[in-house]
Design a binder for this molecule. Structure first.
Ligand SMILES: [Zn+2]
Length: 251
């Protein structure tokens, strides 16, 4: 109940600073929402992303979530989204250059995770109801102390991790336990991407930014959950809530 009251308070406080319209004017906050990967990669490091348990390319999951941000009911007063789809095939470096030219107040790149081939094979053999999949599951939020604006990036990453957790999504522990990535807060699945697990965009883009791994699509159970319209809307609502909180904190 407490978190619900907090959520209502945040939304109410944002409404006061917002324009009251679905899209902000020039004085509003601009959030660049980017779908990870491209649909037709021409060269490395551009790819279609992970392949799900049932054989669907990751970029389709990323783009599907982005589409939901087009709907009127998913706008935030005082916030303007700029949506970059994987099907636009803007390659990795150009996406970074675009963000640096446009200078949004916040940059969020959406991904869906996978696992090492050896782990996937072992889990696939054990079957979809195997406990092994419980380890290969969940969301994670990535920022980097190597980013130009590490402080605000970590601030938003923390808020997003808290809201994903509040919404009932399971934090991913696989990346820390198996891949050896630096986990800053396990309950929030908050990861600091520094060498040897650095990410190009976290170093290249000069505005506050995070990468959200929504869940693990190599996991048959989680792929099914993430494919449901109800869960997808829940993810979008959670991201919106996190943006609202961030905006009210920086204003
Ligand atoms: Zn990805």
């Amino acid at each position: 109940m407490k978190s619900l009251i907090q959520k209502i308070t945040f939304v109410a406080s944002l409404a006061l600073v917002g324009t009251g319209q679905s899209n902000a004017g020039e004085s509003g906050i601009e959030v660049m929402l980017v779908s990870g990967h491209v649909s037709s990669p021409q060269n490395k490091p551009n790819t279609v992303g992970a392949i799900s348990y049932s054989g669907v390319e990751e970029y389709r999951f990323n783009d599907r979530l982005l589409e939901l941000f087009e709907f009127d009911e998913n706008q935030i007063a005082g916030v303007r989204y700029q949506l970059i789809y994987a099907t636009e095939n803007i390659e990795l470096r150009e996406r970074s250059n675009l963000a640096n030219r446009q200078k949004p107040d916040l940059f969020i790149e959406i991904h869906h995770d996978s696992a090492r081939e050896s782990d996937r094979l072992k889990a696939n053999e054990a079957g979809s109801d195997s406990d092994i999949w419980n380890r290969i599951k969940g969301f994670s939020v990535h920022y980097s102390t190597d980013s130009h604006n590490a402080e605000d990036s970590k601030r938003f990453a923390t808020i997003l991790g808290q809201e994903m957790s509040n919404s009932g999504f399971q934090p991913n522990s696989y990346l820390a336990e198996t891949m050896g990535m630096q986990v800053v807060d396990q309950k929030l699945a908050l990861y600091n991407r520094i060498r040897p697990h650095g990410l190009y965009i976290l170093r290249a883009i000069r505005v506050p930014l995070v990468v959200l791994e929504v869940g693990n699509i190599a996991n048959p159970n989680e792929e099914e959950e993430i494919s449901s319209a109800v869960v997808q809307q829940n993810v979008v609502d959670t991201i919106r809530l996190a943006i609202s909180r961030y905006v009210s904190e920086i204003n």
